[in-house]
Design a protein. Structure first.
Length: 436
């Protein structure tokens, strides 16, 4: 195996302890972008901010991300704005690859994303390109991106990346702007030759507004359509800001008689897994199992986490000036890499530690039988209630432990933050409390 192949090989995902290291670290290299998307988390600006991390600070950040783990360093994603607007992006890709990070980039589909730029990224060590596609037609996508021609740039960039030998991830933000287009989107994804479809569900932050959210009932429709698509597809599928997709996956797999296997897929932690899963001298059993939605992808060296990633829990976000957040959709400052180590921030910030403790969730999420594989979107909880431990406000599922309670609207604002133990039987309370 070549040095390059060794650097880019998948880590042992069972070695990732989310208390100590994230599975994915996303750095907003610049906030500059030529698009004006209606949902933009970053509220992107036309020109670069003079307070962006310097090139030297960027290299230092890359070194610290690599130091999270010797055996399982995080997936490193360069985002924006538009990372192509930074003059240092190519150097960051090259350096990150040289120190042993798997590198992905999420450029904007504009005239800057040329075949030559994609080729240069590949030559510098890029593993995967992720690009946004939010409608099955140019009219829907371009209206969403507020840029005529964006759809055509996107389709061209997908083909160019594949021609360069890169695997492609497509990011789609599900909102009222394209909910009626979801069937056509599912059909289109089957034709594009992608490796991963990442379905983002709008969080009302940045330019995204709560009125652009789909309803809780539409969430169930969308998540089930995504499952059926992923079940038949050659690509993998994940959701962002909709961790209750994991509940939908498990419900389907249990109905299909696969619950034991899917539980091992979605909940392994360091030290767990069967002896076959952890054997040496060949691929472990979990690599060889049939691919399942929410599990693991064989498409390239990026791979998928063996547990569910959530805001601040296996996930960390650094913005263009070095501020650290649980995710790009949860605007709660947890430190700054210009002053602190990203490792120290991730491991020791009290907000991040609390988010990783699902026994402190509120509302019906606390008493949910899917709590440990889902956890609800902490970003949406914060956006809707101001409390990042509140219950997921766009999930209609009622846990069995609360099914006997009549006349309660679990999605009412006061119930999202309520301690629900008063509704539970004593024997049920014990199973949800954190062991002493």
């Amino acid at each position: 195996m070549s040095d390059t192949a060794e650097r880019r090989s998948k880590p042992n995902f069972f070695d990732i302890d989310f208390e100590k290291a994230p599975f994915i670290a996303i750095w907003e290299v610049t906030r500059a972008c030529d698009l004006r998307c209606v949902h933009c988390r970053a509220e992107a600006i036309p020109n670069r901010d003079p307070e962006e991390l310097t090139k030297e600070q960027g290299f230092k950040l890359i070194d610290e991300l690599r130091a999270f783990s010797e055996t399982a360093p995080p997936l490193f994603v360069l985002t924006g704005g538009d990372p192509i607007k930074s003059p240092y992006t190519m150097e960051y890709i090259k350096y990150a690859d040289s120190v042993g990070l798997r590198v992905a980039v999420t450029p904007s589909a504009t005239g800057l994303l040329t075949r030559e730029a994609i080729h240069e990224m590949k030559e510098n060590g890029l593993t995967r390109m992720a690009i946004s596609l939010d409608g099955s037609t140019a009219e829907i996508h371009d209206n969403f991106r507020r840029q005529p021609g964006s759809y055509d740039h996107t389709i061209r960039a997908i083909k160019d990346a594949q021609a360069e030998g890169l695997t492609v991830q497509i990011n789609t933000t599900i909102s009222r702007w394209n909910m009626n287009d979801i069937d056509n989107l599912c059909a289109l994804m089957q034709k594009l030759g992608l490796t991963l479809w990442a379905a983002f569900f709008l969080v009302p932050t940045g330019r995204g507004e709560e009125k652009d959210e789909i309803s809780p009932e539409e969430y169930e429709v969308a998540l089930n359509k995504l499952y059926e698509t992923a079940r038949k597809a050659d690509f993998d599928l994940k959701t962002t800001a909709a961790p209750h997709y994991r509940r939908v996956v498990l419900q389907h797999q249990r109905a299909e008689g696969k619950s034991g296997d899917s539980s091992r897929y979605m909940r392994p932690r360091s030290g767990e897994g069967s002896p076959e899963d952890r054997k040496e001298g060949g691929p472990p059993a979990w690599v060889l199992r049939d691919m399942k939605p929410g599990g693991w992808s064989r498409g390239d060296s990026i791979g998928r986490a063996a547990r569910g990633v959530n805001d601040g829990n296996g996930f960390i976000f650094i913005d263009h000036v070095g501020e650290v957040y649980p995710s790009g959709f949860l605007p709660l400052k947890c430190g700054n890499v210009k002053k602190q180590s990203i490792i120290d921030i991730y491991r020791n910030n009290p907000h991040l530690k609390k988010m990783r403790d699902f026994s402190q969730l509120k509302g019906k999420c606390w008493a949910c039988d899917y709590r440990d594989v889902c956890g609800g979107a902490r970003s949406r909880a914060f956006a809707v209630t101001g409390d990042y431990m509140a219950s997921e406000s766009y999930c209609t599922y009622v846990p069995p432990a609360l099914a006997h309670v009549q006349g309660v609207d679990w999605l009412a604002p006061d119930m999202l933050i309520k301690d629900v133990r008063e509704y539970l039987k004593p024997e049920d309370i014990k199973q949800f409390e954190k062991p002493a």
